[in-house]
Design a protein around this ligand. Structure first.
Ligand code: TEU
Length: 588
């Protein structure tokens, strides 16, 4: 196994196409719009572009419900546009990774249509179950088990045409594929090969760790009639979780190994990233071990849970500490040190904006300063960093104050379930939860300039599909590209360091001053050493002892990167303190 694969010093940039750049004034971003912005990505210096789904889709979940894997949705463009994007990205040395959503399809997919019609070839492509005996099909309680969907409501929907229930861990318009069926797997691999042959460089695999469901010896799902495996007890909302029986299931490794053989065996220079619900860092170290040939890296979720949890699930806000965040990353690093490789992310299309979440977005100055601190912290870990569109500008949460501004199926459905149906939380509390955690926080239009719709869509057109953040008048790309002190330029420099500094890429990772709330660590490679120290707080704090000892007599030439001028960094270090939101990497 190659100890230094090409993606060890790569930085990935995620584009959420519907919110990136509209070219035709319909209010939705599209592929020609994205192509017109590739020079911006080249200027930033990223190596890989991960494209959220652009396939044909009814857009129930913004494309994570695919009706045709082998064509582009007209709202985004055409296959010819996709070919043009691949060529234009490659011409700039940027690879393209597509989103592979293979745990489920849209209910509008031809496979599901055939399956629901009982067509023999597709009958077992999905999970079909009869209603519970003695119940009226389609009424509450008739579902085969009491699993809840991640987007609210039961995980089963009655289909009158087939006369059976089908399983959907997400929305009813996202039926789960039955990966036990070898023909399902073949169909998926074939489709993946078709895209690889077309020139894409790999896949980010949506909820790929959910594809193998835990079954009893007779192939029955937990808690369904006759099953010898019980479901978990139901929670306050009346539903029990399907995740413990779906995540990292018994055949996951077999399926991933088969996929590797069927799709990637004769290719090189590709990249596979798995979104890994229900997988911990210890398992990640195994799954991403090159010797096992499963996936190159995984997105883990432990750090995204440190500030949430309660009656409204992710919409209940919980207090968190820097040491919680550091503890999670310490486990990621430790468990992938000997084998495997971590991904590094704070932001994506499902997470709130990190500067609003763990930084301070209350003034433009604090926003820029804390955005840089968070960027430096993440990018100097060992692993492959991911930047989500707008993160490189310090874009913030949406600032929505009214429920009608939200578009996300998860936000809207869970508001209905938690406030209207079960009353688990009140309106005000849920609105606070949405303002902090809704996925729409990440989905506001990209802020290109200070004009009416932020340069995302033409002023005379249909208007953006979702409200632009008001702060685009001062927070935008035009104001930052070319300004050496901007958040954009800081990201540019961090990306450059990953390309030029072997210690950033391959250095061992070790926490420093673990008993404090200052986030500090070293990176070491041979004679090279770096100390990274970040004060993730608005208070001036003491420079902790072990960090101070590693620095010794500070000198400005040793400051590799910081969010203050090197002389100011050194003055603070000499005085034994760290300024609010101070972040630095220092050669030791
Ligand atoms: O997300 C997986 C997932 O379960 C969570 O991230 C989910 O979006 C939610 O926030 C949990 O509270 C992936 C995609 O990234 C997401 O956009 C899709 O909606 C989902 O799968 C279904 O395809």
């Amino acid at each position: 196994a190659d100890p230094h694969p090409w993606w060890a010093n790569a930085v990935v940039y995620q584009v959420y196409p519907r919110s990136f750049q509209d070219s035709n004034g319909d209010g939705y971003g599209d592929l020609p719009g994205l192509i017109s912005r590739l020079d911006y990505l080249a200027e930033l210096g990223v190596d890989v572009l991960w494209l959220s789904p652009v396939y044909v889709s009814p857009q129930e979940d913004n494309g994570y419900d695919i009706a045709d894997y082998q064509d582009i949705d007209p709202m985004f463009g055409t296959l010819a546009d996709m070919d043009a994007l691949i060529a234009a990205a490659h011409a700039r040395g940027i690879k393209i990774v597509m989103d592979l959503v293979a745990n489920h399809t849209s209910d509008a997919h031809a496979w599901f249509q055939a399956s629901r019609a009982g067509d023999a070839e597709y009958a077992d492509f999905y999970w079909w179950q009869p209603a519970r005996e003695g119940t009226v099909p389609g009424t509450p309680g008739a579902e085969p088990n009491d699993w809840g969907s991640l987007f609210g409501g039961p995980a089963w929907t009655w289909d009158p045409q087939r006369g059976a229930y089908y399983l959907h861990l997400f929305s009813p318009k996202q039926p789960d594929l039955n990966w036990e069926n070898p023909r399902v797997r073949e169909a998926i691999y074939q489709m993946m090969n078709w895209w690889m042959d077309r020139g894409v460089d790999g896949f980010r695999m949506d909820v790929i760790t959910l594809i193998s469901k835990r079954l009893d010896d007779a192939g029955r799902l937990p808690g369904t009639p006759g099953a010898t495996i019980a479901a978990l007890p139901a929670g306050g909302d009346g539903y029990s979780s399907a995740i413990p029986f779906s995540a990292d299931g018994p055949r996951l490794e077999e399926f991933l190994a088969q996929m590797r053989r069927e799709v990637f065996a004769d290719r090189d220079g590709f990249l596979t990233i798995g979104e890994a619900i229900g997988v911990d860092s210890a398992r990640a170290g195994q799954i991403t071990d090159p010797a096992r040939g499963e996936l190159d890296m995984l997105f883990l979720f432990d750090h995204t849970g440190i500030d949430q949890g309660g009656p409204a699930g992710k919409f209940s806000l919980a207090p968190w500490k820097v040491s919680d965040l550091r503890g999670v990353f310490e486990r990621y690093e430790r468990d992938t040190a000997a084998s495997g490789w971590p991904s590094l992310y704070f932001c994506n299309h499902d997470q709130p904006r990190v500067v609003s979440r763990w930084g301070d977005d209350s003034t433009p100055q604090l926003r820029a300063r804390s955005a840089k601190a968070l960027a430096l912290l993440l990018h100097l870990h060992r692993g492959t960093p991911f930047i989500y569109q707008g993160e490189e500008l310090g874009m913030t949460n949406a600032g929505y104050t009214s429920l009608v501004q939200y578009r996300d199926v998860e936000s809207v459905n869970l508001y209905g379930q938690l406030v209207r149906e079960t009353g688990v939380v009140g309106h005000e509390e849920m609105m606070r939860g949405l303002a902090a955690m809704s996925r729409d926080n990440a989905r506001t239009p990209m802020q290109w300039d200070g004009s009416r719709f932020a340069g995302f869509t033409a002023a005379g057109g249909a208007g953006p599909w979702i409200d632009v953040n008001d702060n685009h008048v001062e927070l935008n790309a035009r104001a930052q590209v070319g300004d050496p002190d901007s958040v954009f330029s800081f990201y540019r420099r961090l990306i450059e360091l990953r390309h030029t500094e072997p210690v950033v890429v391959l250095g061992d990772w070790q926490v420093v001053d673990p008993e404090t709330e200052v986030y500090a660590f070293t990176r070491r490679l041979g004679q090279e050493g770096l100390l990274v120290v970040v004060n993730l707080s608005g208070q001036r704090v003491q420079l902790p002892a072990a960090s101070a000892a590693l620095i010794g007599q500070p000198s400005p030439e040793r400051v590799l990167i910081a969010n203050d001028a090197p002389d100011d960094v050194v003055a603070a270090l000499r005085a034994g303190r760290l300024e609010p939101w101070s972040a630095l990497a220092y050669r030791i």
